[in-house]
Structures are given as C-alpha cells and as structure tokens.
Design a protein around this ligand. Structure first.
Ligand SMILES: Nc1ncnc2c1ncn2[C@@H]1O[C@H](COP(=O)(O)OP(=O)(O)OP(=O)(O)O)[C@@H](O)[C@H]1O
Ligand SMILES: [Mg+2]
Length: 161
C-alpha cells in the first residue's frame, strides 16, 4: 500500500510518453486497496497517466477515457490486483460513487474527476493533480493543440488520515 515517497510532491512532465512512464512506475508499486484520485482539466493527461499505470500494474487493456461507462474493470494478467478505472465526471456526489459498490479492498481504484468524493470511499488515498501550465481551463484550445506534447505539472500527495 505504498508509493515510494520519492514520487511525492510536484514535478514537471514534459511529454505524453513521460506521463505514461510516470504512471507505469507508480503502477508497479500499487497493491489491492490503493485508491488514486486524479484531478485536472480536460486533456490534462489523466487517462494517459492511467494507461501507463495499467501497464505497470500488469492489467489487460486497453485503457480509454471511461466517459460513457462510469467504471471499467481491467483484470490482471500477472496475478496482481485488477484495476478499476472510474470516471466520476457525471456523478453528482460521493454517495453516488459509493453506490457503485467498487471492490476497493481487492482492487487498485483510479478515479478521474473524483476530488471531493473519495472521502466517501476510503480513509486515505493518493491525490494526484495534473495541471497544464499554459492554456488553463476555459481557454480556447483546439484538439490538435491538446495532443501536442507540452509540459504538465503533476503533484502527488497522500490524502485523508
Ligand atoms: N506532458 C503531457 N502529459 C500528458 N499528456 C500530454 C502531454 N503533452 C501532451 N499530451 C497530450 O494530451 C492529451 C491528454 O489526454 P488525456 O485523455 O490523457 O487527458 P484527460 O485528463 O484524461 O482528459 P479528460 O478530462 O477528457 O478525460 C493526450 O492527447 C496527450 O497526448
Ligand atoms: Mg480522461
């Protein structure tokens, strides 16, 4: 149940590939019972990070933005914990998240857009914030600009008790 403290704090991630690698190295360290809450605007890299995490954990892909299903379970290919990938964007409250009856104890759970809701699920979790230093929420950026490699700031913290 631990991410190496060396990963905590703020770092700049220059490319989408580096974001996947960060996810991979964190995924290698996770165990059943770990809950990660990813926060950041559209295109910040939450799903890119989760794709790497899934590889590091050794689960079956593909990992996609789960926008049209609230939660998708990726079984392990290597006898480790499955990954439950949740998009809480359209959920109204932590109570609705809790209603999904996710098997937290036996899974690694990643919740995109889950900040403010995780409290309902667990006493402690990993809070991961992704920011785009240029082009913040509400700015007019087209899709091609979103896809082009540009730095993101990632801040990882232990939250809860
Ligand atoms: N440094 C970077 N880190 C992560 N992604 C990057 C980076 N630079 C460019 N990108 C691009 O930004 C996009 C991130 O998309 P992604 O789906 O991961 O974001 P998201 O936060 O999950 O968005 P949504 O809120 O729509 O689910 C990808 O197209 C990726 O290639
Ligand atoms: Mg996403």
């Amino acid at each position: 149940m631990s991410i190496d403290p060396a990963f905590l704090g703020r770092s700049e991630i220059a490319t989408a590939e580096a974001m996947e690698q960060l996810g991979f190295r964190i995924g290698e360290q996770l165990d059943a019972g770990d809950l990660l809450v990813l926060t950041g605007p559209l295109g910040a890299g939450k799903t890119t990070f989760t794709r790497g995490l899934a590889d590091g954990l050794g689960v079956r892909g593909p990992v996609q933005s789960p926008t049209f299903v609230i939660a998708r379970t990726h079984p392990s290919l290597v006898g480790r914990a499955p990954l439950v990938h949740v998009d809480a964007y359209r959920l109204g409250s932590g109570a609705e998240l809790d209603d999904l009856d996710l098997d937290l104890a036996r899974s690694v759970v990643v919740v995109e857009w889950g900040r403010g809701m995780a409290e309902e699920l667990a006493d402690a979790w990993w809070d991961i914030e992704l920011e785009r230093p240029v082009g913040s929420v509400g700015d007019d950026i087209d899709a091609s600009e979103l896809d082009a490699d540009a730095p993101r700031i990632v801040t990882i913290a232990r939250a809860g008790v």
